[in-house]
Ligand binder design. Sequence first.
Ligand SMILES: [Zn+2]
Length: 272
Amino acid sequence: MKKILARAAVYLFVFVLTGFVVFCTNIFYGGPRAAILMYHSVGAPNGQTTCLDVSEQDFARQMAFLHARGFRVIRLTDLAALLRRGEKAGAGTVVITFDDGYDNNYTKAFPILKKYGFPATIFVIAGRLGKDYDVAKGVPGRIVTPQMMQEMVASGLVDIGSHTTSHYYLPEVRDASLLWEELRGSKIFLEAVVGAPVASLSYPLGGYRRSTEEMARRAGYEAAVTTSKKDGGSDTDLFALRRIRISKSSRHMFIFFLEASGYYPHLKGLSR
Ligand SMILES: [Zn+2]
């Protein structure tokens, strides 16, 4: 009996808290924003994952959920265009992105995206195409090949974005010509590989300065994304768009629902 009461209290607390956040977001923040989801590896073998990776099954369930609940999944460049016009995407709008460009984005995630006709942007480390890339803690992953990228772009669903050439933490790169090469050089290289515009940039590890934003703009990008963790980010700054980190805990569908809802940053803000 005690257990049931305790569980009921937790549910009631979550329900009231969610209602409070929805109320505050609508009143004080002009309503929810589009949720830009940040994925990394999808379906890496057991023992080769980090907390940011999701299993193929979880990814499939999450996409099925977005489809079943009528979420509007749009391209990152379409969201950028909308924001540039000063408009809001509003609740229920989702953008799907992947960082690093693991080849399981092609083998595991792409078939699921195709099933639902969901667009996505994959931010590829331009200097590692077809090679292994050791992510944090030395967990290996293979980066997509040019052929994989070309096939995904040809489908009309996937846009390739740049995750720079070398995945340096950009605030620590003092050499302006190296920084320019990381931003502009990776864009030109990837565009030549896929034969399509590379319009967006993802700052490695979410790291950027105001000067990085400026340089990204000069390098010809339409938008750049960060993470919500270290460097803040914004819902309206086209060169520092914050994203929602999808991680192992997102396997709980209520958490995923909150993350995709557009209310999550405000809910997270309350817990800080
Ligand atoms: Zn990365």
